[in-house]
Design a protein around this ligand. Structure first.
Ligand SMILES: Cc1cc2nc3c(=O)[nH]c(=O)nc-3n(C[C@H](O)[C@H](O)[C@H](O)COP(=O)(O)OP(=O)(O)OC[C@H]3O[C@@H](n4cnc5c(N)ncnc54)[C@H](O)[C@@H]3O)c2cc1C
Length: 380
């Protein structure tokens, strides 16, 4: 397989990198301090075509696929992991089910809205469980002309900024996987509200909130795919989207690595640059090697998905490896910076906080290992 980017992908990466250099990096620390979503920057992203770039061209997207989504995510995460997660959830996992299983009406409605800069959410996790979603409590019941939903989703990215999203609900708790259906819901639907906002370790400019539904009434056209197919739609969306978390981890890790290399050349100790000390050289060598391995796993999985393969094993390996490698890389970056690495005056402490959750969301590392082992062992 050819892991090199095409000319179009290289040009796209260069343009995204320029944008992040001028519009994201200078402001990212302040967005975090103020826990403020950068709406102006987001609108610029939409105007540049980034929000629609990976969505189908026949509905107003750019038709770019997963590799383009990963390139954009990696570049954004290099500057702001919070902005990157808002992007990859809205333009990735939240739109996956709509693009693959939506009716013509749903595609014509929601794909242009996302491409135009409206933000979407994906609501699967509940207070009772994220890894095991079988015992789901959020219920739906058919009404005369639609559905009514009741329940609370938790840890929902873009909870505040979004204007629509996908919600998973069961027709009865205990009905099992076949009882679960997916719905596309506008945020102004009666009975829907944004609940508690999480106080997180990092990625503060991206909101993570509850989505609360109290007799939330939606029309019949809100059903996504067939009734009872919701869990399959959600799990496939996660399978196709988790590689974007690998790309996010890669972007954070590359930022930590670049800062470390720069600092190792500048900072003096015992009459020489840190980079002349073997202990530091070994850290830089390991960081460089792990970064390259993460890059290869990420873009080979993205390429497989773009060629129509669900690539469950490959994207789980990419997410597992890239997120954990990013953890080791950020840890070493803090070490190389010494005391300054523990200060908010340098960016590496932010990178190490932002990285941590890449090992948790869209399937924890344990769930990735489980998925990989099941694929290897041929288990259903
Ligand atoms: C910042 C942030 C943003 C998020 N955004 C979204 C979002 O937009 N939409 C959404 O739906 N969810 C979102 N989540 C939720 C996230 O996907 C879940 O937190 C994650 O799937 C883990 O679920 P949990 O927190 O319930 O942990 P649990 O499932 O309770 O797991 C706890 C621990 O047990 C381990 N564990 C569980 N089962 C097994 C097993 N079978 N084998 C081995 N170990 C196991 C886990 O790996 C973990 O270490 C977000 C979370 C965070 C922190």
């Amino acid at each position: 397989m050819d892991f090199e980017h095409s000319e179009e992908e290289r040009l796209f990466r260069a343009a995204a990198r320029d944008f992040v250099g001028s519009e994201v990096i200078p402001h990212a620390a302040q967005w975090e301090e103020e826990a403020r979503f950068p709406w102006d920057t987001w609108r610029q992203l939409a105007e540049l075509g980034l929000c629609g770039m990976s969505l189908p061209a026949e509905y107003g997207g750019g038709g770019g696929g997963k590799t383009m989504l990963c390139i954009a995510t990696e570049e954004l995460a290099y500057g702001s992991a919070g902005l990157a997660v808002a992007f990859l959830v809205s333009c990735g996992i939240a739109m996956d089910g709509i693009c693959k299983h939506g009716t013509e009406e749903q595609k014509n409605e929601y794909i242009p809205r996302c491409a135009g800069g409206e933000i979407a959410f994906f609501a699967l996790t509940e207070p009772g469980g994220g890894s095991d979603v079988g015992p789901m409590q959020t219920r739906y019941r058919p009404t005369e002309d639609g559905y009514s939903l009741a329940g609370t989703k938790t840890f929902i990215t873009n909870g505040e900024e979004s204007s629509f999203g996908v919600v998973l609900a069961t027709r009865a708790p205990g009905a099992g996987h076949r009882g679960i259906s997916a719905f596309v819901i506008d945020k102004d639907a009666p009975g829907l509200s944004t609940g508690k906002k999480e106080k997180k370790t990092g990625q503060h400019c991206s909101s993570t909130t509850e989505i609360v539904m109290d007799d939330c009434v939606i029309p019949q056209q809100g059903l996504l795919g067939k009734e009872g197919h919701g869990l399959r739609i959600a799990l496939e969306a996660i399978d196709r989207s988790r590689v974007a978390i690998a790309a996010q981890a890669l972007g954070i890790a590359r930022a930590a690595y670049d800062e470390s290399v720069r600092y190792a050349k500048e900072r003096q100790a015992f009459g020489k640059a840190l980079g002349q000390l073997q202990a530091i050289q070994w850290m830089i060598a390991d960081m460089s090697t792990e970064l390259e391995a993460a890059r290869l796993l990420t873009y080979s999985a993205a390429s497989l998905i773009d060629h129509g393969d669900l690539a469950i094993r490959e994207s789980a390996m990419a997410k597992l490896y890239a997120s954990e490698a990013a953890g080791r890389i950020c840890h070493r970056a803090v070490q190389i910076f010494g005391g300054y690495g523990y200060s908010r005056d340098t960016p590496v402490e932010r990178f190490s906080r932002d990285q941590r959750v890449t090992e948790i969301y869209e399937g924890t590392s344990e769930m990735q290992r489980w998925a990989i082992a099941r694929q290897v062992l041929g288990m259903k």
